[in-house]
Design a binder for this molecule. Structure first.
Ligand code: ADP
Length: 259
């Protein structure tokens, strides 16, 4: 868990400029061309403020993964603007986007994606090492303690439970003090109790480190941990709920069709 008392001992990341961690304007994404083209996103406008925790939901094929990929700079939009922490990334070439992502974006995936030959500590520091930046020892200590892995810091991922591995992945996602952490079904491989602990950790991160988190999930119980749930249908926004319960989310989704 992130402890407020320890947060005072290290430099907590400052907010991105202008109070916008992520801003999408008129984002369109088409796959293919001509008569067979699929329009996966049909003009998405979105602003996420620093420290917000947002879930994205919608029926299968509604554009959730595409939105996550385009917003995170894993893919470029066909048209429109994507600004992360004030930097326009939509027009960046692939190599520039990759560098920007490594330095300014955090990712948490269902499958953890840890390197099996590296220790917990080395896995967490990896994004900094790849960017040839030396880890700040106090920040690394703080993160390892925040995710409750002090006793495991020199262990290999294979020595850890699924929940512990996902906590390593969360610390790794935070280590660069990114503008936004993108999480794709972060609890999909965990049992419900462990999944709840991981979601509590993500929620603590947003509150205590002012970290912006956006998560795609198909599970209303998971989405209910977020402050806001945004619904997509057929590549466009179909509304949002704030502070919703799993039941309210399920009811909203059932109005959007098959999911
Ligand atoms: P979701 O994550 O909500 O299930 P996706 O973002 O995966 O939705 O897909 C949105 C639409 O874009 C779907 O019609 C899907 O078939 C299409 N799509 C996604 N990725 C590709 C791709 N690489 N090539 C062609 N069509 C794609």
């Amino acid at each position: 868990m992130i402890r407020a008392s320890r947060a005072t001992q290290v430099a907590v990341p400052s907010s991105p400029p202008a109070g916008e961690a992520l801003r999408l304007d008129g984002v369109v994404k088409k796959y293919g061309a001509g008569a067979t083209a699929t329009v996966a996103l049909r003009g998405i406008d979105l602003v996420l403020v620093p420290g917000s925790f947002t879930a994205i939901m919608g029926p299968s094929g509604s554009g959730k993964s595409t939105l996550l990929h385009v917003a995170a700079g894993l893919d470029s939009p066909t048209s429109g603007s994507v600004r992360l922490g004030g930097t326009e990334i939509a027009g960046l070439r692939s190599a520039q986007r990759t560098r920007f992502r490594r330095d300014h974006v955090g990712f948490v995936f269902q499958a953890y994606n840890l390197l099996p030959a590296l220790s917990v500590e080395q896995n967490i520091a990896l994004p900094l090492m790849l960017g040839q930046r030396a880890p700040d020892p106090a920040w690394l200590d703080f993160l390892i303690s925040s995710v409750g892995l002090v006793d495991q810091r020199h262990r290999l991922p294979s020595d850890l439970s699924g929940g512990q591995q996902q906590r390593v992945a969360i610390a790794r996602a935070l280590v660069t003090r990114p503008h936004v952490v993108f999480a794709d079904e972060p609890t999909g491989a965990l049992d419900s109790r462990t999944g709840r602990q991981v979601l509590d950790l993500l929620a603590h991160t947003t509150r205590e480190l002012d970290q912006t988190v956006v998560m795609v999930t198909h599970d209303p119980v998971v989405a209910a941990h977020a402050e806001r749930v945004i619904f997509l249908a057929d590549g466009a926004f179909a509304g949002h709920l704030d502070g919703a319960t799993p039941t309210q989310i399920t009811q909203y989704l059932s109005g959007l069709g098959e999911w």
